[in-house]
Design a protein around this ligand. Structure first.
Ligand SMILES: [Zn+2]
Length: 245
């Protein structure tokens, strides 16, 4: 169901979102309440509609991707009510799909941990977190909790732009530790091919409250860098926005 269908007037007028966000967002949870989604998305700093952003930040010889818009989980995770609404909707989905988990597994990104912890409390799950650098890269080890042999794991992230985090990488870490990634959840998913792959892998066991139209490209494929009319557009690390909201 599209955003515009779901939020036909008079609900459309309840809370006016930024026009750019309105055009870029689609609600993808069947159980989410429209007034709550609108409130969550109206938090200042959650979406920067246009620009030239680097995510993750290039470091240690690794080169980050280039994005033309940015969606941040940090301003959402700072609001306890929003965290509660998201956790509650994920519980509704888990119930509806009759999913059973032992553990929630997420990157140790501070804002993501806030959400994962609330979901774990509500579903009475153990928690485990994977190393996450300040610039946005996955590290190489568990930094909190343990994954036990045979654990049924809910893989979680705040935002997946490309789908690979919840579709491939986090499940691979779970499986290397002997667990089973039975489902994946994010607050926001992007529109890249990897997101479709994650949806295909998990089917109905994949949850996203919203879908955001975000263009992600490798540094060498970035249209902004290639387009001479934008030749001088500065590349801004995503952390500059994360740290300013
Ligand atoms: Zn670029």
């Amino acid at each position: 169901m599209s955003w515009k269908t779901k939020f036909a007037s008079p609900l459309r007028n309840m809370l006016k979102l930024d026009d750019a966000l309105e055009g870029a967002i689609k609600v993808t949870s069947a159980t989410a309440r429209e007034d709550e989604v609108r409130a969550i998305l109206s938090v200042p700093g959650v979406f920067i509609a246009s620009g030239h952003f680097q995510y993750p930040v290039s470091e240690s010889g690794k080169v980050g991707n280039h994005l033309t818009s940015l969606f941040l989980i940090e301003p959402i995770a700072r609001n306890e009510q929003y965290v509660e609404w998201i956790a509650a909707d994920i519980c509704l989905w888990a119930q509806a799909e009759k999913l059973a988990f032992d553990l929630i597994f997420a990157p140790a990104q501070p804002a993501v941990k806030v959400l994962a912890r609330r979901i774990a409390e509500r579903l009475r799950l153990a928690e485990a977190y994977w190393e996450y650098t300040p610039g946005g890269w996955f590290g190489s080890r568990l930094v909190e909790g343990t994954i036990k042999e045979g654990d049924r794991v809910l893989v979680f992230n705040g935002v997946t732009q490309q789908g690979r985090c919840v579709g491939e990488r986090l499940p691979a870490f779970v499986e290397a530790a002997g667990g089973k990634a039975v489902a994946a959840a994010v607050f926001a998913k992007g529109t890249a091919a990897g997101v479709s792959a994650a949806e295909k892998r998990f089917g109905r066991n994949f949850y996203a409250m919203v879908q955001v139209d975000i263009t992600v490209a490798s540094a060498s494929d970035c249209v902004v860098c290639r387009d001479s009319s934008h030749g001088a557009e500065e590349l801004t690390p995503w952390t500059r926005f994360r740290d300013s909201v």
